[in-house]
Design a protein. Structure first.
Length: 90
């Protein structure tokens, strides 16, 4: 009985890693194939930022790292945490 439970737990832990990182080439392709009516507001903004305007995580991260943290907006801090600290792999 332990093996099936272990397998389910292992599968549950690895599934979130299968999704492509927001802004990656794979993610942009996936969004292009997804009907626009099914996009969330966040997906629409991320698609515009990364896939249309070509903004990369690296340039965004470097720009914010040069800016004093006291001058960051709440949105910049949240985006930095999401893009530069949490999601660094495809």
């Amino acid at each position: 009985m332990r093996i099936p439970i272990f397998a389910v737990v292992l599968l549950a832990l690895t599934l979130p890693g299968c999704a492509p990182r927001v802004g990656s080439d794979r993610w942009c392709e996936k969004q292009r194939d997804k009907p626009k009516g099914e996009w969330t507001l966040d997906e629409t903004g991320d698609y515009a930022k990364y896939c249309v305007l070509g903004m990369s995580d690296e340039s965004f991260c470097k720009k914010l790292e040069r800016k004093p943290k006291g001058d960051w907006t709440a949105n910049e801090a949240a985006e930095y945490a999401k893009s530069c600290l949490i999601d660094r792999t495809d």
